[in-house]
Design a protein around this ligand. Structure first.
Ligand code: SF4
Length: 371
Protein backbone atom coordinates (compact mmCIF):
# COMPACT_ATOMS: atom_id res chain seq x y z
CA UNK A 1 0.00 0.00 0.00
CA UNK A 2 0.77 3.63 0.31
CA UNK A 3 3.66 4.72 2.46
CA UNK A 4 2.31 6.66 5.40
CA UNK A 5 3.54 10.14 6.04
CA UNK A 6 2.34 11.74 9.25
CA UNK A 7 -0.07 14.57 8.50
CA UNK A 8 0.18 17.72 10.54
CA UNK A 9 -3.38 18.75 11.20
CA UNK A 10 -3.94 22.47 11.34
CA UNK A 11 -6.03 22.36 14.52
CA UNK A 12 -7.60 20.10 17.09
CA UNK A 13 -10.73 18.73 15.51
CA UNK A 14 -14.04 19.66 17.07
CA UNK A 15 -15.39 16.76 19.08
CA UNK A 16 -18.42 15.36 17.28
CA UNK A 17 -20.55 12.25 17.27
CA UNK A 18 -19.65 9.67 14.68
CA UNK A 19 -21.98 8.34 12.04
CA UNK A 20 -21.32 5.65 9.44
CA UNK A 21 -22.07 6.44 5.82
CA UNK A 22 -21.67 2.88 4.61
CA UNK A 23 -18.04 2.02 5.31
CA UNK A 24 -17.03 5.69 5.61
CA UNK A 25 -17.02 7.08 9.16
CA UNK A 26 -17.99 10.74 9.43
CA UNK A 27 -17.26 12.68 12.62
CA UNK A 28 -15.79 11.51 15.88
CA UNK A 29 -12.24 12.16 14.71
CA UNK A 30 -12.58 10.23 11.43
CA UNK A 31 -10.61 11.70 8.52
CA UNK A 32 -12.49 14.47 6.72
CA UNK A 33 -14.08 12.81 3.69
CA UNK A 34 -14.61 14.26 0.23
CA UNK A 35 -17.92 13.90 -1.52
CA UNK A 36 -19.59 15.00 -4.71
CA UNK A 37 -22.86 14.60 -6.53
CA UNK A 38 -23.70 13.04 -9.86
CA UNK A 39 -25.09 15.19 -12.68
CA UNK A 40 -26.71 12.36 -14.64
CA UNK A 41 -30.40 11.47 -14.47
CA UNK A 42 -30.45 9.02 -11.60
CA UNK A 43 -33.01 6.93 -13.47
CA UNK A 44 -30.34 6.39 -16.14
CA UNK A 45 -28.62 3.71 -14.12
CA UNK A 46 -25.83 3.03 -16.61
CA UNK A 47 -24.80 6.66 -16.98
CA UNK A 48 -25.03 7.25 -13.24
CA UNK A 49 -22.88 4.25 -12.40
CA UNK A 50 -20.40 5.32 -15.08
CA UNK A 51 -20.09 8.75 -13.49
CA UNK A 52 -19.79 7.24 -10.03
CA UNK A 53 -16.93 5.07 -11.33
CA UNK A 54 -15.20 8.20 -12.65
CA UNK A 55 -15.73 9.97 -9.33
CA UNK A 56 -14.39 6.98 -7.45
CA UNK A 57 -11.30 7.00 -9.65
CA UNK A 58 -10.77 10.69 -8.90
CA UNK A 59 -10.77 10.01 -5.15
CA UNK A 60 -14.39 10.72 -4.25
CA UNK A 61 -15.35 8.85 -1.05
CA UNK A 62 -19.11 9.40 -0.87
CA UNK A 63 -21.48 10.20 -3.73
CA UNK A 64 -24.89 11.79 -3.68
CA UNK A 65 -27.57 11.25 -6.30
CA UNK A 66 -30.67 13.37 -6.78
CA UNK A 67 -34.04 11.73 -6.50
CA UNK A 68 -36.76 13.99 -7.91
CA UNK A 69 -39.02 11.35 -9.51
CA UNK A 70 -40.37 7.85 -8.95
CA UNK A 71 -38.13 6.56 -11.77
CA UNK A 72 -35.12 7.90 -9.88
CA UNK A 73 -36.32 6.28 -6.66
CA UNK A 74 -36.71 3.00 -8.54
CA UNK A 75 -33.09 3.19 -9.72
CA UNK A 76 -31.63 3.66 -6.23
CA UNK A 77 -31.39 0.01 -5.23
CA UNK A 78 -29.27 -0.99 -8.24
CA UNK A 79 -27.09 2.10 -7.97
CA UNK A 80 -26.54 1.62 -4.24
CA UNK A 81 -25.65 -2.03 -4.78
CA UNK A 82 -23.27 -1.52 -7.71
CA UNK A 83 -21.54 1.69 -6.66
CA UNK A 84 -17.99 1.29 -5.34
CA UNK A 85 -18.54 4.11 -2.84
CA UNK A 86 -21.47 4.79 -0.49
CA UNK A 87 -24.48 6.42 -2.14
CA UNK A 88 -26.57 9.10 -0.46
CA UNK A 89 -30.01 9.79 -1.87
CA UNK A 90 -30.82 13.48 -2.06
CA UNK A 91 -34.49 14.06 -1.36
CA UNK A 92 -36.19 17.43 -1.56
CA UNK A 93 -39.93 17.40 -1.67
CA UNK A 94 -41.39 13.98 -1.08
CA UNK A 95 -41.06 11.98 2.12
CA UNK A 96 -42.15 8.86 0.17
CA UNK A 97 -38.78 8.92 -1.57
CA UNK A 98 -37.04 9.04 1.80
CA UNK A 99 -38.66 5.69 2.61
CA UNK A 100 -37.80 4.41 -0.88
CA UNK A 101 -34.14 5.38 -0.42
CA UNK A 102 -33.94 3.68 2.96
CA UNK A 103 -35.55 0.55 1.51
CA UNK A 104 -33.16 0.70 -1.46
CA UNK A 105 -30.19 0.35 0.85
CA UNK A 106 -28.74 3.81 0.35
CA UNK A 107 -25.88 4.52 2.77
CA UNK A 108 -27.63 7.71 3.94
CA UNK A 109 -30.41 10.05 2.98
CA UNK A 110 -30.20 13.80 2.70
CA UNK A 111 -33.39 15.62 3.49
CA UNK A 112 -34.09 19.28 3.12
CA UNK A 113 -36.85 19.69 5.65
CA UNK A 114 -37.52 23.29 4.68
CA UNK A 115 -38.74 21.79 1.46
CA UNK A 116 -40.73 18.84 2.71
CA UNK A 117 -44.30 19.78 3.37
CA UNK A 118 -45.87 18.41 6.52
CA UNK A 119 -42.43 17.22 7.49
CA UNK A 120 -43.17 17.41 11.20
CA UNK A 121 -45.85 14.75 10.93
CA UNK A 122 -43.63 12.42 8.99
CA UNK A 123 -40.52 12.63 11.15
CA UNK A 124 -41.61 9.87 13.46
CA UNK A 125 -42.01 7.38 10.62
CA UNK A 126 -38.80 8.50 8.92
CA UNK A 127 -36.90 8.20 12.20
CA UNK A 128 -38.27 4.71 12.76
CA UNK A 129 -37.47 3.50 9.23
CA UNK A 130 -33.97 5.02 9.33
CA UNK A 131 -33.33 3.61 12.77
CA UNK A 132 -34.46 0.11 11.75
CA UNK A 133 -32.25 0.17 8.66
CA UNK A 134 -29.32 1.88 10.41
CA UNK A 135 -29.42 4.65 7.82
CA UNK A 136 -28.09 8.04 8.90
CA UNK A 137 -29.77 11.23 7.75
CA UNK A 138 -28.28 14.51 6.73
CA UNK A 139 -30.34 17.53 7.55
CA UNK A 140 -29.38 19.75 4.66
CA UNK A 141 -30.47 23.32 5.19
CA UNK A 142 -30.01 25.59 2.20
CA UNK A 143 -30.27 29.37 2.14
CA UNK A 144 -32.26 29.09 -1.08
CA UNK A 145 -34.92 26.85 0.38
CA UNK A 146 -35.20 27.95 3.97
CA UNK A 147 -38.35 27.27 5.93
CA UNK A 148 -40.75 30.14 5.19
CA UNK A 149 -41.48 30.63 8.88
CA UNK A 150 -37.79 31.30 9.59
CA UNK A 151 -37.38 33.44 6.52
CA UNK A 152 -40.16 35.68 7.82
CA UNK A 153 -38.77 35.72 11.34
CA UNK A 154 -35.20 36.64 10.32
CA UNK A 155 -36.03 38.71 7.23
CA UNK A 156 -33.56 36.72 5.10
CA UNK A 157 -31.38 33.63 5.20
CA UNK A 158 -29.00 34.82 7.90
CA UNK A 159 -26.54 32.54 9.67
CA UNK A 160 -28.86 32.55 12.68
CA UNK A 161 -31.83 31.54 10.52
CA UNK A 162 -29.93 28.64 8.93
CA UNK A 163 -28.77 27.37 12.32
CA UNK A 164 -32.19 27.75 13.91
CA UNK A 165 -33.72 25.79 11.06
CA UNK A 166 -31.15 22.98 11.34
CA UNK A 167 -31.39 22.68 15.11
CA UNK A 168 -35.16 22.77 15.05
CA UNK A 169 -35.24 19.99 12.48
CA UNK A 170 -32.71 17.98 14.46
CA UNK A 171 -34.89 18.41 17.55
CA UNK A 172 -37.80 16.82 15.70
CA UNK A 173 -35.70 13.71 15.15
CA UNK A 174 -34.36 13.84 18.71
CA UNK A 175 -37.93 13.76 20.02
CA UNK A 176 -38.10 10.27 18.56
CA UNK A 177 -34.74 9.26 19.96
CA UNK A 178 -33.02 9.50 16.57
CA UNK A 179 -29.55 11.06 16.62
CA UNK A 180 -27.89 9.39 13.65
CA UNK A 181 -27.62 12.77 11.96
CA UNK A 182 -25.19 15.03 10.24
CA UNK A 183 -25.97 18.60 9.38
CA UNK A 184 -25.19 21.19 6.73
CA UNK A 185 -26.13 24.86 6.62
CA UNK A 186 -25.15 26.04 3.18
CA UNK A 187 -25.12 29.55 1.83
CA UNK A 188 -23.55 30.98 -1.30
CA UNK A 189 -21.81 33.72 0.70
CA UNK A 190 -18.74 32.31 2.44
CA UNK A 191 -19.00 34.89 5.25
CA UNK A 192 -22.56 33.89 6.14
CA UNK A 193 -21.68 30.24 5.68
CA UNK A 194 -18.64 30.45 7.97
CA UNK A 195 -20.66 32.17 10.68
CA UNK A 196 -23.47 29.66 10.38
CA UNK A 197 -21.15 26.67 10.77
CA UNK A 198 -19.33 28.29 13.68
CA UNK A 199 -22.63 28.78 15.50
CA UNK A 200 -23.81 25.31 14.63
CA UNK A 201 -20.52 23.75 15.76
CA UNK A 202 -20.89 25.44 19.14
CA UNK A 203 -24.55 24.50 19.52
CA UNK A 204 -24.47 20.76 18.84
CA UNK A 205 -22.17 17.77 18.56
CA UNK A 206 -23.44 16.41 15.26
CA UNK A 207 -20.89 15.85 12.51
CA UNK A 208 -20.96 18.65 9.97
CA UNK A 209 -21.03 18.50 6.19
CA UNK A 210 -19.41 21.65 4.79
CA UNK A 211 -20.57 23.28 1.60
CA UNK A 212 -20.79 26.65 -0.06
CA UNK A 213 -23.87 26.27 -2.15
CA UNK A 214 -24.02 27.61 -5.70
CA UNK A 215 -20.38 28.61 -5.34
CA UNK A 216 -20.28 29.38 -9.04
CA UNK A 217 -18.13 28.61 -12.05
CA UNK A 218 -14.96 26.66 -11.54
CA UNK A 219 -12.49 29.39 -10.65
CA UNK A 220 -14.75 31.45 -8.40
CA UNK A 221 -16.27 28.38 -6.82
CA UNK A 222 -12.87 26.91 -6.10
CA UNK A 223 -11.73 30.08 -4.35
CA UNK A 224 -14.97 30.50 -2.38
CA UNK A 225 -14.89 26.90 -1.20
CA UNK A 226 -11.19 26.96 -0.38
CA UNK A 227 -11.56 30.14 1.66
CA UNK A 228 -14.70 29.05 3.51
CA UNK A 229 -13.61 25.46 4.17
CA UNK A 230 -10.12 26.67 5.03
CA UNK A 231 -11.45 29.05 7.66
CA UNK A 232 -13.64 26.38 9.25
CA UNK A 233 -11.31 23.41 8.97
CA UNK A 234 -8.49 25.48 10.44
CA UNK A 235 -10.72 25.87 13.51
CA UNK A 236 -11.30 22.12 13.57
CA UNK A 237 -14.85 22.44 12.20
CA UNK A 238 -16.06 20.11 9.45
CA UNK A 239 -16.24 16.34 9.06
CA UNK A 240 -17.04 15.87 5.38
CA UNK A 241 -16.89 18.35 2.51
CA UNK A 242 -18.53 18.91 -0.81
CA UNK A 243 -17.21 21.54 -3.18
CA UNK A 244 -20.02 22.78 -5.44
CA UNK A 245 -18.88 23.93 -8.85
CA UNK A 246 -20.61 24.61 -12.12
CA UNK A 247 -18.13 22.14 -13.58
CA UNK A 248 -17.83 18.35 -13.88
CA UNK A 249 -18.07 16.69 -10.46
CA UNK A 250 -14.63 15.06 -10.71
CA UNK A 251 -13.30 18.62 -10.60
CA UNK A 252 -15.13 19.17 -7.30
CA UNK A 253 -13.36 16.15 -5.88
CA UNK A 254 -9.98 17.35 -7.07
CA UNK A 255 -10.51 20.71 -5.38
CA UNK A 256 -11.81 19.08 -2.18
CA UNK A 257 -8.78 16.81 -1.95
CA UNK A 258 -6.42 19.74 -2.52
CA UNK A 259 -8.10 21.74 0.24
CA UNK A 260 -7.63 18.90 2.73
CA UNK A 261 -4.05 18.31 1.64
CA UNK A 262 -3.25 22.02 1.94
CA UNK A 263 -4.35 21.96 5.57
CA UNK A 264 -2.49 18.78 6.41
CA UNK A 265 -5.82 17.00 6.96
CA UNK A 266 -4.97 14.42 4.38
CA UNK A 267 -1.77 12.86 3.26
CA UNK A 268 -0.50 14.49 0.14
CA UNK A 269 0.31 12.35 -2.78
CA UNK A 270 2.30 14.37 -5.25
CA UNK A 271 3.10 18.00 -4.49
CA UNK A 272 4.74 20.28 -7.01
CA UNK A 273 6.57 23.19 -5.40
CA UNK A 274 7.17 25.53 -8.31
CA UNK A 275 8.37 29.09 -8.20
CA UNK A 276 6.26 31.92 -9.62
CA UNK A 277 9.14 32.86 -11.92
CA UNK A 278 10.65 36.34 -12.00
CA UNK A 279 13.15 38.42 -13.94
CA UNK A 280 15.91 36.02 -12.95
CA UNK A 281 14.28 32.97 -14.49
CA UNK A 282 16.35 31.25 -17.14
CA UNK A 283 13.68 28.80 -18.21
CA UNK A 284 9.93 28.91 -18.94
CA UNK A 285 8.87 27.93 -15.42
CA UNK A 286 5.14 27.70 -16.18
CA UNK A 287 5.71 25.31 -19.04
CA UNK A 288 8.23 23.25 -17.10
CA UNK A 289 5.90 23.01 -14.05
CA UNK A 290 3.01 21.95 -16.29
CA UNK A 291 5.11 19.32 -18.03
CA UNK A 292 6.44 17.92 -14.76
CA UNK A 293 2.92 17.88 -13.28
CA UNK A 294 1.58 16.05 -16.34
CA UNK A 295 4.49 13.63 -16.38
CA UNK A 296 4.07 12.70 -12.71
CA UNK A 297 0.27 12.52 -12.83
CA UNK A 298 -1.10 9.51 -11.01
CA UNK A 299 2.04 8.96 -8.94
CA UNK A 300 0.66 7.73 -5.65
CA UNK A 301 3.51 8.43 -3.27
CA UNK A 302 3.91 11.47 -1.03
CA UNK A 303 6.53 13.09 -3.19
CA UNK A 304 7.46 16.77 -3.10
CA UNK A 305 9.02 17.95 -6.34
CA UNK A 306 10.53 21.42 -6.65
CA UNK A 307 10.62 23.18 -10.00
CA UNK A 308 12.71 26.34 -9.79
CA UNK A 309 13.43 28.88 -12.48
CA UNK A 310 16.98 29.78 -11.55
CA UNK A 311 19.94 28.80 -9.47
CA UNK A 312 19.62 31.75 -7.03
CA UNK A 313 16.85 30.42 -4.75
CA UNK A 314 16.51 27.26 -6.74
CA UNK A 315 18.96 24.97 -4.95
CA UNK A 316 17.74 26.05 -1.50
CA UNK A 317 14.14 25.22 -2.32
CA UNK A 318 15.01 22.13 -4.27
CA UNK A 319 16.91 20.88 -1.25
CA UNK A 320 13.75 20.98 0.89
CA UNK A 321 12.01 18.70 -1.57
CA UNK A 322 12.45 15.01 -2.27
CA UNK A 323 13.39 15.89 -5.78
CA UNK A 324 13.89 19.09 -7.66
CA UNK A 325 15.37 21.04 -10.49
CA UNK A 326 17.00 24.43 -10.58
CA UNK A 327 17.50 25.78 -14.08
CA UNK A 328 20.20 27.99 -15.46
CA UNK A 329 22.28 28.46 -18.61
CA UNK A 330 20.14 26.06 -20.62
CA UNK A 331 20.74 23.31 -18.09
CA UNK A 332 18.96 21.83 -15.11
CA UNK A 333 20.59 20.80 -11.88
CA UNK A 334 18.66 17.79 -10.62
CA UNK A 335 18.51 17.50 -6.84
CA UNK A 336 17.58 14.41 -4.86
CA UNK A 337 17.26 14.92 -1.10
CA UNK A 338 19.33 18.06 -1.29
CA UNK A 339 22.20 16.67 -3.37
CA UNK A 340 22.86 17.55 -6.97
CA UNK A 341 22.77 14.16 -8.62
CA UNK A 342 22.98 15.25 -12.22
CA UNK A 343 23.12 18.22 -14.51
CA UNK A 344 21.19 17.73 -17.73
CA UNK A 345 20.39 19.88 -20.77
CA UNK A 346 17.09 21.77 -20.55
CA UNK A 347 15.45 19.43 -23.06
CA UNK A 348 16.08 16.48 -20.73
CA UNK A 349 14.82 18.04 -17.48
CA UNK A 350 11.31 16.62 -17.60
CA UNK A 351 12.25 13.06 -18.48
CA UNK A 352 15.06 13.03 -15.92
CA UNK A 353 12.70 14.22 -13.17
CA UNK A 354 10.17 11.55 -14.14
CA UNK A 355 12.90 8.86 -14.09
CA UNK A 356 14.14 9.98 -10.70
CA UNK A 357 10.62 10.29 -9.30
CA UNK A 358 9.76 6.79 -10.45
CA UNK A 359 12.94 5.44 -8.87
CA UNK A 360 12.25 7.24 -5.56
CA UNK A 361 8.61 6.09 -5.60
CA UNK A 362 9.67 2.48 -6.04
CA UNK A 363 12.14 2.81 -3.20
CA UNK A 364 9.46 4.40 -0.96
CA UNK A 365 7.04 1.62 -1.70
CA UNK A 366 9.69 -0.98 -0.96
CA UNK A 367 10.56 0.70 2.34
CA UNK A 368 6.90 1.20 3.19
CA UNK A 369 7.79 4.56 4.71
CA UNK A 370 8.33 8.03 3.46
CA UNK A 371 11.46 10.04 4.07
FE1 SF4 B 1 12.86 33.96 -9.63
FE2 SF4 B 1 14.67 32.05 -9.37
FE3 SF4 B 1 12.93 32.50 -7.39
FE4 SF4 B 1 12.07 31.37 -9.62
S1 SF4 B 1 13.57 30.52 -8.20
S2 SF4 B 1 11.12 33.11 -8.57
S3 SF4 B 1 13.34 32.40 -11.14
S4 SF4 B 1 14.52 33.89 -8.11
Amino acid sequence: GLPQMPVRPVAERRVSRRIQVGPVAVGGGAPVSVQSMTTTRTSDIGATLQQIAELTASGCQIVRVACPTQDDADALATIARKSQIPVIADIHFQPKYVFAAIDAGCAAVRVNPGNIKKFDDQVKQIARAACDAGTPIRIGVNAGSLDRRLLEKHGKATAEALVESALWEASLFEEHGFRDLKISVKHNDPVVMINAYRQLAAACDYPLHLGVTEAGPEFQGTIKSAVAFGALLSEGIGDTIRVSLSAPPAQEVKVGIQILESLGLRQRSLEIVSCPSCGRAQVDVYKLADEVTAGLQGMEVPLRVAVMGCVVNGPGEAREADLGVASGNGKGQIFVKGEVVRTVPESKIVETLIDEATRIAEQMEKDGVAS
